[in-house]
Design a protein around this ligand. Structure first.
Ligand code: XMP
Length: 507
């Protein structure tokens, strides 16, 4: 496997994803990881990420330099500068940042293996302050740009490479080819990480942890929990129970759809807890309180079901980005606090042991496994839906009438996005019910009704998002249908805020 050592770059996760896309397993480690840890993990190559810092801060970083004698190494951006400085080259502190697309020229005389298939002139993505101005003894320059003479270098023995640009970023035209050359041709790695091998790893993790014990899984109908429910069923059989809780905050027809898909497929229990949730949410306006009440209610139900079933384990579909999020690149504890949890947040004292077999996987890898085990396409390709459901899309207090209005409006949004073939192009498309009324006119009569906000965003991972530029005619159809067909709505507005500064959900 490949170790990506994180020096705090905003692109570290992207490096890991690119390597996985090339069918090679990799994990991210903080910069202070020891040689022993990497050996234990059976690492064969190391990638040093970029970083936000200047090279002068390197002394403070305290990384284990024995890695250079033991693995193939590729330093990216700041990673290149670390190599240069460590092996006796010189790095000049930059006052100005070189940022954006630049033309890169692989050296035509030493046409290196890492550039096989790359043209003599190609666009790369730069984002750096400092620059290597003198290459270390025993290294060769293998590429340059118009601004930077040492944009790529390698050690004479061909084990250590450095690139000033970012091959992991899509703007680097041949980035994938370069990474592929490094991994396959230079390190001699084989592309063996595929849905089949991922599935094996997940199944082994479940077997090792749960053994002959009993496990319950909160099934929401999203791709992660659905895939997990089916795998648990395959591995643990009757010792696994998938619990689908209807919290009364689901989309139109959702409960029936999920029941239909799973009831004969896994050991399935449907719990209609709509009244219980709505009672506890009565009169609650504050978004954080809503989230806490919902999360807490879910957990109470799961603990009760686990007791009845005799389960000691609770399986969750936590993904690798959630794990990385709470890891600080320089060791120690990260100050970042994750506000979104599966099942709405876990209490400090949980009476169940967690099983999180997806915690080394990315979302697209779950989709790969889901296809492999025959999860229906409808589930694999659907947009994410938050654990607290429609509660965070009804601004203000929640009641049955408002839920009904939102359900109808939401189903029109989804239907029209699918009809226009736009559904797969966006991260999420949904309606939000606002706590304001506005005046309208319908059939010569004055109306005084509710307002719907339409939220449609594009995103890679939900961490950042851009509001989607949906064609006006599609917006017009959605607006006309909602105002005409949903009783209680006389106005629709389109949310044109990206994330940041807004979040995707309104609450
Ligand atoms: P925000 O609103 O923070 O949302 O921009 C980012 C993504 O996360 C989803 N989301 C949640 N998912 N439990 C979940 O499982 C939650 O409590 C939750 N809150 C937001 C949201 O739909 C978006 O895709």
């Amino acid at each position: 496997m490949v170790a990506v050592i994180d020096f705090g770059s905003q692109y570290t996760q992207l490096i890991a994803r690119r390597i996985r896309e090339l069918n090679i397993y990799c994990e991210i480690f903080p910069s202070r990881v020891s040689l022993e840890t990497l050996r234990e993990k059976n690492v064969s190559a190391v990638i040093l990420s970029g970083g936000p810092g200047h090279i002068s801060a390197l002394e403070k970083m305290n990384f284990d330099d024995r890695i250079f004698d033991n693995f193939f190494v590729l330093g990216i951006c700041y990673g290149l500068q670390i190599l240069a400085k460590h092996f006796g080259g010189e790095v000049a502190s930059g006052e100005k940042r070189e940022y954006g697309e630049t033309v890169f020229y692989p050296d035509p005389d030493i046409y290196d293996k890492i550039f096989i298939g790359v043209p003599h002139k190609t666009i790369v993505w730069m984002s750096h302050w400092d620059t290597v101005i003198k290459i270390p003894y025993g290294f060769n320059i293998i590429g340059r740009t118009d601004n930077t003479d040492i944009a790529a270098m390698k050690s004479a023995d061909g084990r250590i490479y450095g690139l000033q640009f970012h091959p992991e970023v899509v703007h680097t035209q041949e980035g994938k080819t370069i990474l592929k050359n490094f991994l396959y041709s230079i390190c001699g790695l084989k592309p063996e990480w595929n849905p089949g091998s991922m599935l094996e790893l997940v199944e082994r993790e479940i077997r090792d942890k749960v053994g002959n014990g009993r496990v319950i899984c909160g099934l929401s109908g999203g791709v992660d929990s659905s895939t997990l429910a089916i795998i648990l069923n395959n591995v643990c059989g009757k010792n696994a129970l998938s619990v689908f809780v209807n919290n009364g905050l689901l989309r139109k027809g959702e409960a029936e759809k999920i029941k239909g898909i799973f009831k004969d497929r896994v050991n399935f229990k449907y719990i209609d807890a709509g009244d219980f949730f709505l009672k506890r949410l009565q009169g609650v306006v504050d978004p954080e309180r809503k989230r806490k009440i919902i999360g807490n209610t879910f957990i109470r139900i799961f603990e009760k079901e686990a007791r009845k079933f005799g389960a000691k384990f609770l399986a969750q579909g936590t993904l690798y980005p959630d794990v990385i999020e709470s890891m600080s690149p320089f060791g120690g504890h990260s100050s970042r606090i994750k506000t979104h949890h599966n099942v709405g947040g876990l209490p400090e004292k949980l009476h169940l042991t967690l099983v999180e077999p997806f915690k080394f996987l990315f979302k697209d890898e779950i989709r790969g496994i889901a296809k492999e085990i025959g999860v229906p396409d409808f589930i694999i390709n659907r947009h994410p839906f938050p654990g607290p459901g429609l509660a965070v899309r009804i601004i203000g207090s929640i009641d049955r009438t408002r839920l009904q209005i939102l359900r109808e409006a939401d189903s029109i949004v989804i239907e029209e996005m699918k009809k226009a073939d736009l559904y797969p192009d966006v991260w999420q498309a949904f309606a939000v019910l606002l706590p304001v009324k506005s005046v309208g006119v319908m059939g010569d009569k004055r109306t005084y009704e509710n307002v719907i906000a339409l939220r449609i965003v594009k995103s890679m991972d939900g961490m950042t998002a851009e509001w989607a530029r949906i064609p006006y005619d599609v917006l017009a159809v959605i607006s006309n249908r909602i105002v005409n067909e949903v009783k209680g709505i006389n106005r629709l507005v389109y949310d044109i805020t990206s994330k940041p500064p807004a979040t995707i959900e309104w609450e």
